[in-house]
Design a protein around this ligand. Structure first.
Ligand code: FES
Length: 125
């Protein structure tokens, strides 16, 4: 099973190919997902410290580009846990003014994923 390590060193086990947002939430991390995992809100974003996937859904790329976040953050609702990774969770319910994290994302990536290469893949060594 892939191991997800948080910035503070906490290690979580994720079922293979689980959406990262769900793996985090089901491990007790109060990550926000205000749009319900549809690559719209960017509240589920994480910063990769290690193991950033080289692929990206078109929906994620378009949203990150529109928000000026491409190259600095990834949307955990658009990332599958298919290898070990280390991430920093950016937005937590406990540090927000929201009363709930947002609608629960589906098990499968939404919208239907169209995969492409991460635009900056290979440029970080
Ligand atoms: S972009 Fe809204 S939950 Fe991921």
């Amino acid at each position: 099973m892939p191991v997800i390590t948080l910035k503070d060193g906490t290690k979580l086990e994720a079922a293979a190919n689980r959406r990262l947002v769900l793996a985090l939430e089901d491990s007790g991390i109060d990550i926000l997902h205000r749009c319900g995992g549809h690559a719209q809100c960017t509240t589920c974003r994480v910063r990769f410290i290690a193991g950033e996937p080289e692929t990206m859904t078109d929906a994620e790329r378009e949203r990150l580009q529109a928000r000026g976040l491409l190259g600095t953050a990834r949307l955990s609702c658009q990332v599958l846990c298919d290898h070990d990774m280390r991430v920093e969770v950016v937005n937590r319910l406990s540090a927000s003014d929201f009363t709930d994290p947002g609608p629960r994302p589906d098990e499968a990536i939404t919208p239907d994923p169209v995969w492409g290469a991460r635009p900056d893949a290979g440029s970080q060594g």
